[in-house]
Design a protein around this ligand. Structure first.
Ligand code: FMN
Length: 411
């Protein structure tokens, strides 16, 4: 009998050619509440939309003759060699795929790039570093200094190559599109409630069934010495009730972390100057992918002013809205050393596990290569602002107004 799947292109070829297609497949594959949690924009989605739309406003200025046959895409970030200028941005990927961050880390290692691991991740840092030694551990400011120190020590002992301190969260809860319901843990009550959603997504369910597991909604990297790993919401509650950090606290983290330190979530020039003065090694110009304070401008709009202010002292990364290799090249042309990606790899992971993340990285890499070629460059390091067309009024120079640039620590 003829194979009924013979004409189904997915059955034979799970490869996808764009991040947009990875997103479509993720939407079809994931239970609705899990997919919505990945979209996750806050309030009216102004920032989520601007993160993506702003890249479309930037044009290229390509050459046509004398293009380079060989193009070098490799770079380094914080001393880590990357085969092209992309890093995995830390995200908690509970319930997307049973292999979670380990699959992402394997894919990143297979493609020669680094991995950012969230403190809210579903896999322990030891397992992630084992498959990708180029791992940066991400922390929020939560708990006491002693607890922060314990998390840092564990990451250091596990072999993390750097610490990412994410500071741009303001606990903005409301979403005009309605937040997805997420259970505290996968117990009997949750299975009854969410069972129908899972049954509607048999391929997602099958991945868990194959391993005899249920989605793990705990945060093993925040495990106390004397108890089990907190649930995602338990950890979130602790974070919400923690005192907010001061610049002295950031200086304290700097003094305690013996290795590269990244401050993630900076969009203002005055904050970037303070971060440089405190001694961070890198900044990620970021608005948390639009999940946080809605109406913060696209991170790519804030990038040039920060590069101008501190680009000679700290490495500047950018995250938010990267959906294609051309976006990476635009960010590089405006002064970023590399970018970090969030949703793009989460969609790849949902669509096809580790292979799906590798697929996303291949799509981005080939897009970077095409753009570098078209722009007549032989290396990502040769990109300049002259390669792109930026419309008037595109930039948002935040934190340069009267009094905004005052820095108390000598820089
Ligand atoms: C579902 C989801 C979870 C995230 N979790 C974290 C996190 O735990 N820590 C963190 O620093 N950033 C987190 N982020 C933000 C990402 O690291 C990154 O800044 C953002 O996704 C970049 O935007 P993009 O998704 O448009 O690429 C999360 C983002 C998403 C979409």
């Amino acid at each position: 009998m003829k194979n009924p799947l013979a004409h189904n292109p997915w059955a034979r070829n799970p490869w996808f050619e764009t991040v947009a297609e990875a997103q479509r497949r993720a939407r079809k594959r994931l239970p609705k509440s899990v997919y919505s949690a990945l979209l996750a924009g806050s309030e009216k989605d102004v920032t989520v939309s601007d993160n993506v739309a702003a890249f479309s406003e930037i044009g290229f200025a390509p050459h046509v003759v004398g293009l380079a046959d060989d193009r070098d895409l490799a770079t380094t970030v914080l001393g880590m060699p990357l085969s092209f200028p992309v890093l995995i941005s830390p995200t908690g990927v509970q319930a997307v795929h049973p292999d979670g961050e380990v699959a992402v880390a394997r894919a990143a290692a297979a493609r020669g790039i680094g991995m950012g691991l969230s403190s809210f991740a579903s896999k322990p840092i030891e397992e992630v570093v084992a498959v990708n030694p180029q791992t940066l551990f991400q922390l929020y400011w939560m708990g006491t200094r002693d607890e922060m120190l314990r998390h840092m020590r564990r990451a250091q002992e596990a072999g993390a190559k750097g610490l990412v301190l994410t500071l741009d969260w303001s606990f903005s809860m409301g979403r005009d599109w309605g937040s997805p319901a997420i259970p505290e843990q996968m117990d009997r009550a949750a299975m009854i409630k969410f069972g129908p959603e899972g049954i509607m997504r048999p391929r997602w369910l099958l991945e868990y069934a194959k391993r005899g597991e249920l989605p793990d909604l705990t945060t093993p990297n925040l495990m106390p010495p004397d108890g089990p790993a907190p649930t995602f919401f338990g950890a979130y509650g602790q974070w919400m009730s923690s005192a907010l950090p001061t610049w002295d606290d950031i200086a304290w983290v700097r003094s305690q972390w013996d290795g590269p330190l990244v401050l993630k979530g900076v969009v203002r020039v005055d904050d970037a100057r303070r971060a440089a003065a405190v001694g961070v090694d890198a900044i990620s110009v970021s608005n948390h992918g639009g999940n946080n304070l809605d109406s913060t401008p696209a991170s790519i709009r804030a990038l040039p002013a920060i590069v101008d202010a501190v680009g000679d002292r700290v490495e500047i990364l950018l995250d938010g809205g990267i959906r294609r290799g051309g976006d990476v090249v635009k960010a590089l042309a405006l002064g970023a050393r590399a970018v970090m990606i969030g949703r793009a790899y989460l969609w790849g992971l949902a669509a096809n596990g580790q292979a799906g993340v590798e697929n996303v990285l291949d799509v981005l890499r080939s897009g970077v290569d095409s753009a570098v070629m078209g722009l007549g460059k032989n290396s990502v390091h040769a990109l300049t602002a002259d390669d792109v067309v930026v419309p008037p009024g595109f930039r948002r120079d935040l934190g340069v107004g009267a009094g905004a640039g005052v820095v108390s620590v000598a820089d």
